[in-house]
Design a protein around this ligand. Structure first.
Ligand code: NIG
Ligand code: FE
Length: 419
């Protein structure tokens, strides 16, 4: 495992675990910094000149060339395993068609499910890998990945096995989630039976084979009801899994209140969120995950009340929602841009939401999410004048280097300094 000294960092910027409950989410900044890494883990962070003197000469040194260092981003909500695309549907929507109507007519999620039915695991892996490469190029070092386009067990199993294969190939740390998305068409007339199948067979098998550690459900009109969702997630908890919910995307579906009731690790989407729902989530200590790229891409739903969520004491993470239907992007920087404009968040709040607080959603905050001694050396190096530029560049900003576990996993010397 790597032992290395990264020196000549113009400024290192990170959340600190000790500040995790502070309002405003202050960032810790060190000018002229260096990071001493032993065995892939941060041993010490300090002044560059001082560490250059103190660290034994036998340790390899790398010059950060005055770039900025940030913790690797944690994308805590993605649907990266699918085949084909839904560009046609995107244009239909933009010209007036409704998302739920497209789904009811067999498009949307059902169209993706048909493609999974016909695909091999090898094809799913091959088509999905470039999305992981793209995600890494935006500085994402930990990624949550949902299944969900299989619908039936046959399809879901393919996706979960594909994810396990991908996990072996890509450098990113991964957190896997079994997503119960919608009722497969062939089960429409037998919903109750399908729910039993999910509860009594699919969830126990996912748990037993450790195919995922979390269960997610799309709790919405046209997907699953609150009672069905409660049944699935209660079964998941009984298996020792964590739970999360696609909640309140198209209305006050009851998903947010259910997340509070069940003590979910997060409630995600939350485009429709009133004061009572915010209060319940805060009281239950459930984090909210905002997905601004999805709101932008759909063009027809409101942004979640991010400012109010934070001001009410809710923990907030921001993720891409990468998926072929409602958010075709791997760009965390774009999500930061949108959350800054539509959520009125400060740069410090944005950084927390895509690093430490996203890691907390996944239960990974002991390992990743901030640059502190004892944590995995997962970081990115940026050639920007200041961190505000990352959101200011409207989704196109990329780091020059990405490191995971003290190893350089991406170097892009074509990145131009611009602002
Ligand atoms: O997070 N809302 C449900 N699931 C995905 C989109 C699914 C799709 O349209 O492919 C989401 O938006
Ligand atoms: Fe999603």
């Amino acid at each position: 495992m790597a032992s290395i000294l990264i020196h000549n960092i113009r400024r290192l910027i990170t959340p600190l675990a000790a500040n995790k409950n502070d309002s405003g989410h202050p960032l810790h900044e060190i000018e002229h910094a260096a990071v001493w890494i032993e065995g892939g883990v941060i041993k010490e962070i300090g002044n560059s000149r001082d560490l250059m003197k103190r660290v034994p000469n036998t340790i390899e040194r790398r010059d950060a060339q005055e770039s900025l260092m940030l913790p690797g981003f944690v994308d805590c909500h993605t649907h990266p395993v699918f085949v084909g695309n839904r560009a046609g549907e995107f244009f239909m929507r933009n010209r007036g068609a409704n998302y739920l109507d497209i789904a009811a007519a067999g498009g949307g999620i059902h169209a993706s499910a048909k493609k999974i039915e016909d695909a091999s695991i090898e094809q799913i892996v091959r088509e999905s890998l470039p999305r992981f490469e793209s995600s890494l190029s935006f500085g994402v070092t930990t990624i949550e990945c949902k299944s969900g386009y299989g619908l039936t067990w046959k399809g879901e199993e393919k996706l979960l096995v594909a994810l396990r294969e991908i996990e072996k190939i890509v450098p990113q740390k991964m957190s896997k989630t079994f997503l119960i998305h919608v009722v497969p068409k062939e089960w429409n007339a037998k919903r109750e039976e399908f729910s039993s199948l999910v509860t009594e067979e699919m969830i126990p098998e996912v748990a037993e084979r450790a195919l995922a550690s979390c269960v997610d459900v799309f709790c919405e009109d046209g997907a699953f009801t609150v009672n069905e969702s409660r049944r699935f997630l209660t079964a998941a908890k009984a298996e020792g899994m964590t739970v999360t919910i696609h909640a309140n995307q198209f209305g006050h579906s009851g998903g947010a209140l259910l997340a509070a009731e069940l003590g979910a690790r997060s409630a995600d989407h939350l485009e429709y969120l009133n004061d009572e729902e915010i209060r319940s989530l805060v009281d239950a200590g459930v984090a909210g995950v905002a997905l601004p790229a999805c709101v932008f891409f759909m063009g027809s739903i409101p942004y979640p009340p991010m400012r109010k969520m934070l001001d009410s004491g809710m923990r907030l993470a921001i993720a891409t929602d990468l998926n072929p239907g409602t958010a075709m992007t791997e760009s965390i920087p774009f999500c930061m841009t949108a959350a800054s404009i539509y959520g009125r968040l400060s740069i410090a709040e944005l950084i927390w939401a895509v690093t430490f607080d996203a890691a907390r959603v996944l239960g990974y905050e002991q390992q990743v999410g901030s640059l502190e001694a004892g944590k995995s050396a997962d970081f990115s190096l940026w050639d920007v004048p200041n961190i505000e530029s990352i959101a200011y560049l409207l989704g196109s900003s990329k780091p020059r280097q990405v490191w995971i576990g003290g190893e350089s996993v991406l170097e892009n010397d074509d990145i131009l300094e611009r602002y």
